[in-house]
Ligand binder design. Sequence first.
Ligand code: F6P
Length: 254
Amino acid sequence: TFLAPLSENEILGRQLRSIYNIAGFYVISGDADANQSTKDGLAKVTAELLSRVLTDGAIVSVTGGSTMASLSDYLKPAVKDLLFVPARGGLGESNHFQANSIASALGEATGGMHRLLHAPDYLSKSTLESLMHEPDVKEIIQLNQQSDFVIHGIGEPFTMASRRHSPEGEVEILKRNKAVTEAFGFYFDEHGNVVHRIKTVGIQMEDLAQKKQVFAVAGGTSKQEAIETYLKIAPKNTVLITDEAVGEYLMKNR
Ligand code: F6P
């Protein structure tokens, strides 16, 4: 799908899009760490881009986080029967930032539907395997495989581990393996290798490439390296919505 550029920082966005060879690159003015209005701007532009491609009955997988949390303030009921699905189960986020809450708010904002995934934050391998056979959970897994679009955040790994109250052993693994970025509960090193993943059900990285469009939404000085690294592994159908703090850093480091 071709997405026409939005006017703000259009040239920077176009340049970065061709450097990173992804489907779209949008750069909002400012620094999301410093200004709430920039952070809201990320959600606003994402809602605008999403509205251009959504069609009746589309299934949208969503992750959690504070950037994603304000998306429902901007998405309007323009098309019918949208279904929002949490991309992954409990990642240790507080209620407001959970994918479940965001899927439900988006369903409400658009007059569409949502599903909830009830999975505990920390699961053993055997519990995870049996949970995957539960009908409700199975449905979410299937919906995430079938979904047309994905909208997700990107984070700085140690910020995320602390926000999630991750056990000390997990933080040690991240330190030892020099994690630099996180998305979907997967932690990656600077080469884009998965160094740790939170065991839960939901979307897998390999599901992303077949989606019509994947919207990655993240900005702020503290995420510069995280976003730079994520771009090494982002599938080609990714549309990145970021801010100048990140856009200019990427341009300087190219
Ligand atoms: O925990 C869900 C999640 O989408 C993470 O994968 C991501 O790193 C983080 O939230 C982003 O959160 P925020 O937008 O608050 O920085």
